[in-house]
Design a protein around this ligand. Structure first.
Ligand code: ZN
Length: 189
């Protein structure tokens, strides 16, 4: 099960100081301000219980039905630890999903994101993201998708450290897109 996380830190810079609510996929989330030594801090109000929170969650990939960690009825920390699962599959999918969220994936010419095919995503660069960074993200998504295939078909196992190291390695950066699948399939990277 994937868990979507809305973190106020990620959206704070897009929110005006006097805005009272935001709309996330047709869900209205009210905001609250808490005074701090420096000014104030914006917090999200859980639509279910009304508590002020820095993070809200939903169980699906979509943000419909956002609520706080007490209301979602799932132990999110347990879910986090379940990431270290068979072959690292949930970890791989969690990372795929997080990276997809960091680009404008909705502008892709496909709605099917997993398995990931970089050819459908060239126009998904967020306005202020550098090309190098964007290209790297597409390579990381390609690599994760290739790893997912090896877990399914070859019954491979990946641990978090390996996945993170591979995603940030110079070997991945130096590969061409069409070389990534083979490099991972034949464990040359
Ligand atoms: Zn709540």
């Amino acid at each position: 099960m994937l868990l979507y996380e809305l973190d106020i830190k990620d959206i704070r810079k897009y929110i005006d100081d006097n805005k009272e609510s935001i709309n996330i996929n047709n869900t209205k989330i009210y905001l609250d301000r808490q005074k701090t030594g420096y000014g104030h801090k914006t917090l999200l109000i859980c639509p279910k219980c009304g508590e002020r929170r820095t993070k809200l969650y939903s169980k699906d990939n979509e943000t419909i039905g956002l609520s706080c960690r007490s209301c979602i009825g799932t132990n999110i920390y347990k879910n986090r630890t379940d990431i270290y699962d068979e072959g690292g599959m949930a970890l791989i999918e969690y990372k795929l999903y997080k990276l997809l969220k960091s680009i404008d994936y909705k502008r892709s010419i496909t709605n099917k994101h997993i398995p990931f095919d970089y050819r459908f995503y060239w126009n998904c660069k967020p306005k202020y993201m550098r090309y190098n960074k964007f290209t790297l993200i597409l390579k990381q998504l390609t690599a994760l998708s290739a790893m997912r295939d090896t877990v399914i078909i070859q019954k491979c196992n990946y641990d978090t450290r390996y996945v993170n190291a591979l995603l940030n390695s110079n070997s991945l950066k130096s590969l061409e897109f069409n070389e990534i699948f083979d490099a991972i399939w034949f464990h040359k990277i």
